[in-house]
Ligand binder design. Structure first.
Ligand SMILES: Cc1cc2nc3c(=O)[nH]c(=O)nc-3n(C[C@H](O)[C@H](O)[C@H](O)COP(=O)(O)O)c2cc1C
Length: 238
């Protein structure tokens, strides 16, 4: 049996990894608006995500209104001013204060991605034992959008530094509908080679090897007994 029959041709396969490795969270945007057809493709990529019981619990609220965005930005400022107060190390505090953590007003468009927890009530196949799976499903839609956007040369930034109930009120979400992500989307000033938080010296990527276990928690996986970088990672880095 030829197991490679179902694999994509080389170039397409590399393209998938290229989008994965070169996706970045974007906080600096050019003001140019997105072509409608590109935006539709990105939203439809989100809509193709897997979801518990095929629930498709997501909605996408496109926010162009400067007034709403100003109010969301004010909520961000409130939260972002409070957060460093939780840090004890003065160096970390200073580092935090120097980080740019949103592009709400610079981006030509914001998208609130919500999870309608009431959808398909009362029975969603597979959700009852793990009620959060509707939220997880919504995150998959967001990741699809993030990757599709990267392939289109478009950046997305996820802003979680917000008082969630306040944003939910501002956007008139009904009870049972939850804000999962507030996204800024547009053409980026640049796609950095590494996460901005890594560039800024905040934190770096944990080696994969220490995260993969064998059969039970904490037992190192046999897979990593010999050191080897995944080959496609090496190619995509270049
Ligand atoms: C659930 C979630 C919430 C996030 N919230 C914020 C945020 O409020 N502000 C911000 O600048 N980045 C935010 N990020 C982006 C992360 O900081 C970023 O994904 C991480 O540093 C890795 O960088 P990369 O996405 O460029 O690979 C968020 C990402 C996720 C997945």
């Amino acid at each position: 049996m030829n197991h490679s029959n179902n694999a994509f041709p080389d170039l397409l396969r590399k393209g998938v990894y290229e989008a994965i490795y070169k996706r970045r969270d974007i906080r600096r945007f050019l003001p140019d608006s997105l072509p409608k057809e590109v935006l539709m493709r990105i939203l439809d990529a989100g809509h193709q995500a897997g979801s518990v019981g095929l629930m498709q619990p997501w909605n996408f609220i496109l926010i162009a209104s400067p007034e709403i965005r100003r109010r969301v930005k004010a909520l961000f400022e409130q939260m972002n001013n409070k957060e460093p107060g939780k840090l004890t190390d003065p160096e970390r505090k200073k580092l935090y204060r120097g980080l740019k953590l949103e592009g709400i007003l610079e981006a030509p468009l914001n998208i609130a991605v919500t999870c309608d927890r009431r959808r398909d009530a009362p029975f969603v196949l597979g959700r009852a034992p793990m009620p959060e799976t509707d939220l997880f499903s919504t995150c998959l839609a967001i990741q699809n959008m993030w990757l599709a956007a990267r392939a289109e040369g478009i950046g997305i930034g996820w802003v979680s530094l917000l008082d969630r109930p306040a944003v939910e009120r501002l956007l008139h979400l009904p009870r049972g509908v939850r804000l999962v992500a507030y996204l800024c989307i547009g053409y980026p000033v640049e796609f950095g080679p590494r996460p901005m938080l890594e560039e800024a010296g905040w934190k770096s990527r944990i080696p994969l090897k220490g995260l993969v276990y064998q059969d039970s928690w904490g037992r190192p996986a046999e897979l990593f007994s010999q050191e080897a970088a995944p080959p496609l990672r090496r190619e995509a880095k270049g």
